[in-house]
Design a protein around this ligand. Structure first.
Ligand SMILES: Nc1nc2c(ncn2[C@@H]2O[C@H](COP(=O)(O)OP(=O)(O)OP(=O)(O)O)[C@@H](O)[C@H]2O)c(=O)[nH]1
Ligand SMILES: [Mg+2]
Length: 523
């Protein structure tokens, strides 16, 4: 980047990712050669490490790869599978502060690294709106092309969702593969999903994303510059000439069939899940959902609280399938804690839909443990981003979720600021001031965990207690309170006092037990 460009106030070069991240990246890198997996440096074969090893040997897109029986010939989709190596990032900054624009690109860099690529450079252009034809303006496009050539990048990743037309035009002009944020996140999800349902959901989301972007194989190979005609017409109106045409139609039909099949399968699976959840609700075991921005330390906290052995990794979206663990509060009540997939800004809408299952776990929970990375400078933005997605999910933003629990308003939230060990003291002080109700902890050092356990127990809805007590006649007020606050199942008047058989809160039960004439009567 030369002087004049750097002085242009409308251009910022996002900080290149810190080189210290490299080793972490190699931990999760998927080798292009199937079967070669590296479980990472001297990892103990804990549940997490085994998990990781197993994951590394997974193929990226189940059902799409060459081994599939149904989609063997979908060359375009195969081509679209990300083989990210050396990438340059490009963002368009339309609103918010420069810091927010940079943070978005830094996050994109982390996503790219999580997908296994090396980030060489990042550019942000200040614009009113993205260019409808090429995302960035033509001047910036030339600069981007220079950067691509100078760095030897083979892929450009755009921070946003590109229309099919933008994608095609960018590839024609830049002459390298172009990928958008949505495809990148989908790719990471595809790499990490483990359960049958998770895999099916990711594949469905990917197919829905690919469908309008399908092109004739011949066209994408030859990458003819110009003369494409039509321009950025969206929705599949491309690649309609030459021998590719029939092939394209076949591909589309196959994908439609596959989508229909996946939808049916997923439909069946969510019924099973709801049955399971229903059983849990019947047993009245309160549930806690651990949610929050990706990499905030949700899995670490679940481990720290319950000793669960869930995969923890300094990578985005380490957890993609809900993991549920039992835990007992200090006063002996049993609860379930569910770890969930991390949130991210601009979660692709295909995924909000696809990960409805996870998010339903969140909106059905009795308590939401919202974990924030206190060492991240944009912690407060992340809180806002998570709440935004949650509102979308618990509001009417969840399509086709008619079977979910009626009136699923968002559960009560307990905010947990994690990684206090790694946070700047000043930033931490600001967070404490801004978030008075939050619990500050470190899953790593254990700081604050006892307080967190206590707060958890406090905030959980207390299950009703059924009991029978004999109250002396002097306790008329307590009898009245039991009638008003609890449910009186039976009442008898004896010589010694009133015998109450009632269902009450834990707290009222304690008062009743204290006032009871003879503890022997307490059941
Ligand atoms: N310094 C510090 N690091 C932590 C702490 N808690 C978690 N981490 C690290 O943060 C990274 C992410 O932790 P995870 O528990 O995997 O985070 P997550 O929120 O489950 O992430 P995803 O599942 O990817 O969304 C790991 O490298 C952890 O070791 C903490 O209290 N202090
Ligand atoms: Mg996790």
């Amino acid at each position: 980047m030369t002087g004049p460009a750097a002085q242009d106030p409308r251009t910022t070069t996002a900080p290149a990712p810190v080189s210290g991240r490299r080793d972490r990246r190699s931990d999760i890198r998927l080798d292009a050669t199937p079967g070669v997996s590296d479980p990472g440096p001297d990892d103990e074969p804990t549940g997490g490490a085994l998990d990781l090893e197993e994951r590394s040997s997974l193929r990226r897109v189940p059902g799409l790869a060459g081994s599939s029986t149904e989609l063997t010939d979908v060359t375009e989709v195969e081509y679209r599978q990300l083989r990210l190596e050396r990438v340059v990032l490009i963002g368009v900054w339309t609103e918010g502060t420069a810091r927010e624009a940079d943070a978005s690109l830094v996050e994109l860099a982390r996503l790219a690294e999580t997908a296994g690529s090396e980030v060489l450079d990042g550019l942000v252009q200040r614009r009113q709106t993205p260019d409808p034809a090429t995302f960035v303006g033509s001047g910036k496009l030339a600069e981007l092309r220079e950067t691509v050539q100078a760095t030897g990048a083979d892929t450009v990743i755009a921070d946003g969702e590109l229309s099919p037309g933008q994608l095609r035009q960018l590839e024609e002009k830049l002459r390298v593969k172009v990928v958008d944020r949505t495809a990148l996140i989908l790719d990471i999800f595809a790499q990490h999903a483990r359960s049958r349902e998770g895999k099916a959901q990711v594949e469905l989301a990917q197919l829905r994303y690919f469908l309008p972007r399908l092109r004739g194989w011949g066209e994408s190979l030859s990458r003819q510059g110009g003369g494409a005609g039509g321009g950025g017409a969206g929705g599949g109106g491309v690649g309609t000439r030459g021998p590719g045409e029939t092939k394209l139609e076949t591909d589309r039909r196959r994908i439609h069939r596959r989508i229909a099949k996946l939808r049916r399968e997923i439909e069946g699976m969510s019924t099973v899940r709801e049955t399971k959840r229903g059983r849990r609700q019947q047993r009245a075991v309160p549930s806690v959902a651990i949610a929050g921005y990706t990499n905030a330390g949700k899995s670490s906290l679940l481990n720290a609280i319950t000793d669960a052995g869930v995969l923890v990794q300094d990578a985005l979206f380490a957890t993609l399938d809900p993991t549920t663990r039992r835990w007992e509060t200090a006063d002996g009540r049993e609860v379930t804690l569910t770890d969930t997939v991390g949130f991210v800004r601009h979660l692709p809408h295909q995924l909000v839909d696809a990960f409805r299952s996870t998010l339903e776990e969140v909106s059905d929970a009795d308590l939401l443990l919202h974990v924030v990375d206190g060492s991240d400078p944009s912690a407060q933005d992340q809180i806002a981003a998570v709440r935004e997605v949650l509102a979308e999910v618990s509001g009417d933003g969840v399509p086709r979720s008619s079977t979910s629990v009626a009136g699923s308003s968002a559960p009560h939230e307990l905010l947990v600021v994690n990684k206090v060990d790694a946070a700047e003291p000043l930033a931490l002080a600001q967070l404490r001031a801004a978030l008075p109700g939050a619990v500050f902890v470190s899953a790593r050092t254990g700081e604050g965990l006892d307080r967190l356990r206590a707060r958890l127990a406090e905030e959980l809805p207390h299950p009703d207690v059924e009991l029978e007590v004999l109250l002396p006649y002097t306790e008329g007020a307590l009898v009245a309170r039991t009638h008003s606050d609890g449910e009186v199942l039976a009442e008898r008047h004896t010589e010694d006092g009133t015998v109450l058989h009632a269902r009450v809160s834990e707290e009222l039960a304690a008062s009743l037990r204290r006032a009871a004439v003879d503890p022997a009567h307490v059941s």
